[in-house]
Write a protein that binds this ligand. Sequence first.
Ligand SMILES: [Zn+2]
Length: 300
Amino acid sequence: MPKPILEQLAEGPVLGDGGYVYILKQRGVPMEGYTPYAIFTHADAIRQLHQEFFDAGAEVIQAQTFQGTRNRLEQIGMAEHYVEIHQRAVALAQEVAGNQALVAGSVGSAVGSKGLAQAGLTLDDARGLYQEECNLLADFGVDFLIVETFMWMDDMLVALEAAKATELPVMFTASFKEKETTDDNVSLGECARKLKAAGADVVGINCMREPSRMLPLMRWMREAVEGPMAMQPIGFRCWPDYTHLHGVRDWPKRVLAPTHMADYAREAAAIGVNYIGCCCGSGPEHLRAMAKVLSKTSRQ
Ligand SMILES: [Zn+2]
């Protein structure tokens, strides 16, 4: 079995996997309910993409449970399959990872960029939703949790509290759109310090921005906190036509070259990013190029 995530991160950069939602959508998988819905309807397509990332050299396979809190599944009429969706998603990732890669459970925000108050959820409501999901992922045997794409500080802290309660290692990555603050106006440095102080084992940034717009933020974060950091940028160019990925319709025309993602991986490692992966719109070819510069062996 691979070493536990925190041990691996202490020894050198760990290569994550790529983004699922955009690539699967491009392959014709409906994504209205994100990947938890597709786990039910298109498990083979998800398995195939897990396999392609694994073959490219991914050292972590993310179970496709993002947007899988109970309220999210209620919104798409899938709440009755809540347990089964998580079970299937973790089993699928474990099947591909075998004894050669770690499996992370992905936990996304219950409310996204709306924020808890606007979505009509109290902190206790949110904490309950996250606790239920984190416990379930832990029960199904994920190796660690990736809590990701959070934009509001209060939402982050309750999710982190729930994740920490499982006693699994927790990687927490916030998302920054055009501003260099959370949506509730906490500066990036302060956000990282708060997450660290609240017990996140790994802190970082994912989604919304391409590498060139995320690397400066990672340098800032490196100055703000010590310990392992994670980075998962998107795989296509937004700036300067768009401030971030929301609203980009012509993304396949904007996909970054694999060499661009390789340059990103090299630069991220140089500034001390320990977990190097990618998010929306990044596929197996990106990962393969990144594996090469990080001296990871592609498996096929
Ligand atoms: Zn993303």
